[in-house]
Design a protein around this ligand. Sequence first.
Ligand code: AVJ
Length: 322
Amino acid sequence: MGRDDRSRPHPGIDPDGLASFRRDVVAGLSLPQKALPPKHFYDAAGSRLFERICRLPEYYLTRAELALTRANLRAIARFAGAGGALLEYGSGESLKTRLLLRAMRPAVYMPVDISASALRAAVTRLAREFPGLRIAPVAGDFSRPLELPRLPARGRRVVYFPGSTIGNLTPDEAQAFLKMTRGQVGPRGAMLVGVDLKKDANLLHAAYNDRRGVTAAFNLNLLGRINRELGAGFDLRHFAHYAFYNAPLGRIEMHLVSLREQTVDVGEHRFGFARGESIHTENSYKYSIAEFRALAAQAGFRGEKVWTDRKGLFALHGLIAA
Ligand code: AVJ
């Protein structure tokens, strides 16, 4: 696993230039509940920290999804069907993707990613490993409707969206996102989406409060990135990682809590922090199988299949256009 199974979780939603990063930061820090979008976690340092998170003993998600994919590979490939088009939201550098490609044998594989360099690297590697496969990379943002290359006439479209990245969206946003994907795959299309399951709050808490402090470093790196790229003056010693399971809302929330009253300059903007005030940096929603199927149904998908790991930690949903 490790490097091999790394997947940048916000490949396609990820941006954008410095200007839009600055806009997001200034707008987010101006809110009554300060907030920053989680897509900005993944600069080079943040991506490395995320890879370390995926290897942590407490962070079960990556291992559980890989295990369930291995254990159910034939059934997953049968669901997807041979000879169609597999679209991945993300650049397809993960081990799970390669397992799926080998088992499913699509006519064409379309990784969709905003990062042209990540796409190029993945395509080079996959072309070597799958000499017969037609690879049609799409450089673009999968959070918006995309122009896709034309497909072989009989091709069924299947979108693969692993990693529970969908958990970063609110249920309303997730529903809109599924609706858009439903439009993308068409009336005979399907989707394979990885979703973290609801479970014991203690297990969830541990996964986002690891003993080595890697998740804390990942969270705090967002302030480091703002300092580096926007010339801001955050003192990382005066903020602390805080993550908890918000049970009524079914989500992990990550925050950065100000340890003292302070002001921080970001360019010409100055932001005040009360002692104990937080910046909300991420939501990570957890769905029971029934909850996620209900959400998918409202977006025009029927929950046809679902696979879980043996411990029941993580689910891969096989959805088909209703
Ligand atoms: C990549 C969004 C699925 O929510 O678990 C890991 C990101 N945040 N530890 C998640 C994350 C803190 C991760 N996702």
